[in-house]
Design a protein around this ligand. Structure first.
Ligand code: NAD
Length: 261
């Protein structure tokens, strides 16, 4: 299977799952626009590395997913550089762990903006482009938390449930245009996002680091293993294939059995 001549925009792809998506799509021949924060020299190393390793065009957009005008700018930049956008992966995401009564209001607003509203803005901009191109794949990284809740993650769980609803709605609206829209819902994937929430979970639940990893994180996952970013990215590659043309409005779990319980 080849994604040669396809052009992809992947939000939040300077690390973790997003970077794995970018590499997996580039490996199949797609040009990719990466996005996200980080040290400029690290981002440039990844961007240039993708170009040289896979022989595709790789661009970087510094768009902040909390800013609708910058999201529009990112899609515009991709259209003018590539001539179109065929694949959009809404992946940028942040987490904050706190009991609801202490949940900082600015953290709620930030998580809803990055994890949910950014996908709305990007999809809104990209759908006309995909309709014009006659083909499209919209993929959003949701989470097991788009299907079930955990305590102390009110904003994240709300945003991810919303992303699932947004995806189903868009899937219906674009169904006759050869454009599909799906969510991929990982369980715990070992990335900076998961590592970063360990100290707050230790505090919120009064546990040690090892207890958080084994008794909270992996406790949810019957396989007792973390998912890898590459396993998540492989599902995105499949969703971009012709074999997946009739998969739309779906929410595909990659969670070691978590949501089967
Ligand atoms: P990560 O922290 O490694 O990556 C997050 C990416 O988002 C980074 O590139 C970061 O720079 C970018 N980002 C953050 N704020 C941004 C902003 N305002 N504008 C643009 N980019 C921004 O985390 P990850 O674990 O790879 O998470 C990627 C996605 O996967 C998120 O949506 C997350 O909710 C989801 N997810 C992760 C897990 C997990 O266990 N790691 C599980 C389920 C879902």
């Amino acid at each position: 299977m080849s994604l040669k001549n396809r052009n992809a925009v992947i939000t939040g792809s300077t690390s973790g799952i997003g970077l794995a998506y970018a590499k997996a799509l580039a490996k199949e021949g797609a040009n990719v626009m990466i996005n996200g924060f980080g040290k400029p020299e690290d981002i440039e190393k990844e961007r240039a590395g993708i170009e040289s390793e896979f022989g595709v065009k790789a661009l970087y957009s510094a768009a902040d997913m909390t800013k609708p005008d910058q999201i529009k700018g990112m899609i515009d930049q991709a259209v003018s550089a590539f001539g179109g956008v065929d694949i959009l992966i809404n992946n940028a995401g942040v987490q904050f762990v706190s009991p609801i009564e202490e949940f900082p209001i600015e953290k709620w607003d930030q998580i809803i903006a990055i994890n949910l509203s950014a996908a709305f803005h990007a999809i809104r901009e990209v759908v006309p482009v995909m309709k014009k191109g006659g083909w499209g794949r919209i993929i959003s990284t949701a989470s097991a938390h788009s299907l079930v809740a955990s305590p102390f993650k009110s904003a994240y769980v709300t945003a991810k449930h919303g992303l699932n609803g947004l995806t189903k709605t868009v899937a219906l609206e674009v169904a006759t245009h050869k454009i599909t829209a799906n969510c991929i819902s990982p369980g715990y994937v070992w990335t900076p996002l998961v590592e970063g929430q360990i100290p707050d979970t230790m505090k919120a639940r009064n546990l040690t680091r090892e207890q958080v990893i084994n008794d909270v994180l992996l406790d949810s996952q019957p396989t007792k293993e973390f998912v890898t970013p590459e396993q998540v990215a492989a599902i995105a590659v499949f969703l971009c294939s012709d074999a997946a043309a009739q998969i739309t409005g779906a929410n595909i779990s990659v969670d070691g059995g978590w949501t089967a319980e």
